[in-house]
Design a binder for this molecule. Sequence first.
Ligand code: PLP
Length: 264
Amino acid sequence: MINEFPQTLTIAGSDCGGGAGMQADLKTMQMRRVFGATVIVAITAQNTLGVQKAYPLTTEQINAQFASIADDFRIRACKTGMLADIPTVQIVAENLRRYDFGPYVLDPVMVAKGGAKLLADDAIAEVKRDLIPLCTLITPNLPETEKLTGIKVEQPEQMKEAARQLQSMGAKNVLVKAGHFNDPDYATDYVLLADQRDFWMKAKRVHTKRTHGTGDTISSCIVAELAKGKPIEEAIKISKQFVTASIANTIQIGHGHGPLNLWA
Ligand code: PLP
């Protein structure tokens, strides 16, 4: 039947190097056996060594893509990644309110591993006001958690406090990713669900610089699993396993922060 196959949407920046951004999202969606569509909001010139250039698209260009997607597809789950600046955040929020794309995963991308800004500082307030109240799940890493909540996260208890604060801002479910924590042995993430159940997800830390696109991959894997009808808790756990395996079995591509091995 037309439109019954699980269809997903990523609203994100393009990484011409293929390891992060909308390219990582689409590859992950393909691996997880769902159909992926894209609204591209910015184009970056980048590789595993860093981001060389970034060009936001215009409001008109972004709106046109949303209209094309909404006119034809039945999107069952969606995500946002890199959103560049205030006008982009605003136009994306407007479109997410206008169309029903199912559960929405907000990956509040701010800075790339090489240090390039992917979201202007002054757009953070806009993300908090316009996007967090719309999202089914927010997936910040620790630096993003600190920027959004103002809480300096040095202990597990502060991860819990920050997650509660993100919920009070309107996020239904929260996944705080602790990949940036100082624990040399484990990467332990914290999940706070809408019904107030919470749990930790512990994975052995893999010492590698080949982690380009990790955040994009986990959020788009969650989107894929939600589109297939998995409950949020299961979607998060499956995705953590998928990303951990993709980091553990690295492939050698590029000279810097290489991409994940999604075939692992
Ligand atoms: N480039 C784009 C367009 C992205 O969306 C992202 C992450 O969301 C990155 C780069 C970041 O990649 P990295 O994992 O190397 O920090």
